[in-house]
Design a protein around this ligand. Structure first.
Ligand code: GRF
Length: 189
């Protein structure tokens, strides 16, 4: 089983996946970011598929085709999104049906979207958490594979809360990926 990881940020989830010795064949990033440094430190190739634009002129379909093309030579079985900053269109789900995983820093279906931690804090919830799910073309939807609650503490800022959530993600996401990949390998025997 071979895994492709999509990342955009500090790459701490990627680092946790690599430290767990999951079989990552390639990392794809949409911008220059620390995730490429993390990949290099584990000797895993990182491919930059840079977005040309962020506004209404952004061609999501064409961009998604480029991501699918970047993954193709690595023959991955599973794609794990780890803080990927670009919403991809249908073609990637056609290329890897029910084989794209995502980690989200909230208890879905609450607080989907890019500002989940801010929104949970603003809503005044006392519990939020982590959701690992199979990604579908609809953002932050799809079958839930694992969830774990994280308390919101008095005085929390977006940063302190997100970091507490990420501590859980860095354990739960690799664990869940492993279980998913092992199930898949078992089914294809
Ligand atoms: C994670 O909290 C992930 O759930 C969210 O972005 C964050 C990525 O963090 N979508 P990192 O780049 O892995 O440190």
């Amino acid at each position: 089983m071979r895994i492709g990881v999509l990342a955009s940020g500090s790459g701490t989830n990627l680092a946790a996946i690599l430290a767990a010795q999951l079989p990552v064949a390639v990392v794809v990033v949409d911008r220059e970011c620390r995730a490429t440094v993390v990949a290099a430190s584990y000797g895993v190739p990182a491919v930059v598929v840079k977005r040309g634009s962020f506004g209404p002129s952004f061609d999501r379909e064409a961009y998604t085709d480029r991501v699918v093309d970047a993954l193709e030579p690595y023959s991955v079985d599973v794609v794990a999104m780890a803080g990927y900053g670009t919403i991809l269109s249908k073609q990637i789900h056609d290329a890897y049906p029910d084989r794209i995983l995502n980690t989200h820093p909230a208890l879905l279906p609450s607080f989907p979207g890019w500002h989940a931690v801010e929104e949970a804090l603003a809503a005044g919830v006392t519990l939020t958490g982590v959701t690992v799910h199979v990604a579908t073309a609809e953002v932050d939807a799809g079958p839930i594979l694992a969830q774990e609650a994280v308390p919101v503490l008095p005085g929390d800022t977006v940063e302190t809360l997100h970091e507490r959530i990420k501590v859980v993600e860095r354990r739960l996401y690799p664990e869940t990926i492993r279980r998913f990949v092992e199930d898949l390998a078992g089914r294809s025997q």
